[in-house]
Design a protein around this ligand. Structure first.
Ligand code: THU
Length: 132
């Protein structure tokens, strides 16, 4: 699947965002080696810290659907930002644990800009289970 197609999935997932407090909709789409796509959108709560980011919803959705670590190929994230959206620190930490190191992360916006990066670029010198 080409990156533009995966970003399209993320754009469609973004429409499912429940974000009445921030009005900032984020969509995500996780791609597996058999070309399956697992979507996520940010889901907020009146108790703000309980809100969940789109990227984590997509990763948890994939794992709950039976996807295994080694099946994961790419993750696209999109928001209506001036430059390709930057994932929050919490999502970077979860990506570092749940996605294989060579997963391609596509950061996108609604202007069609797509930035490609790796988990190590997003979260260098990361904390992991090996540190425990
Ligand atoms: N948000 C995401 O979904 N992903 C990110 O990486 C950044 C932030 C959401 C959380 C909240 O619902 C809204 O964007 C504003 O912070």
């Amino acid at each position: 699947m080409i990156k533009e197609e995966l970003v399209e999935y993320a754009i469609r997932a973004r429409e499912k965002s429940y974000s009445p407090y921030s009005n900032f909709k984020v969509g995500a789409a996780l791609l597996t080696s058999d070309d399956s796509v697992f979507e996520g959108a940010n889901i907020e709560n009146a108790s703000y810290p309980l809100s969940m980011c789109a990227e984590r919803v997509a990763m948890f959705n994939a794992y709950m659907s039976g996807v295994e670590y080694d099946d994961i190929v790419a993750l696209a994230v999109v928001a209506d930002t001036d430059t390709p959206v930057a994932p929050c620190g919490a999502c970077r930490q979860v990506m570092a644990e749940l996605l294989p190191r060579n997963t391609i992360i596509y950061l996108a916006n609604l202007k069609g800009e797509i930035k490609e990066c790796s988990i190590d670029e997003l979260l260098p010198y990361s904390f992991s289970g090996d540190d425990l």
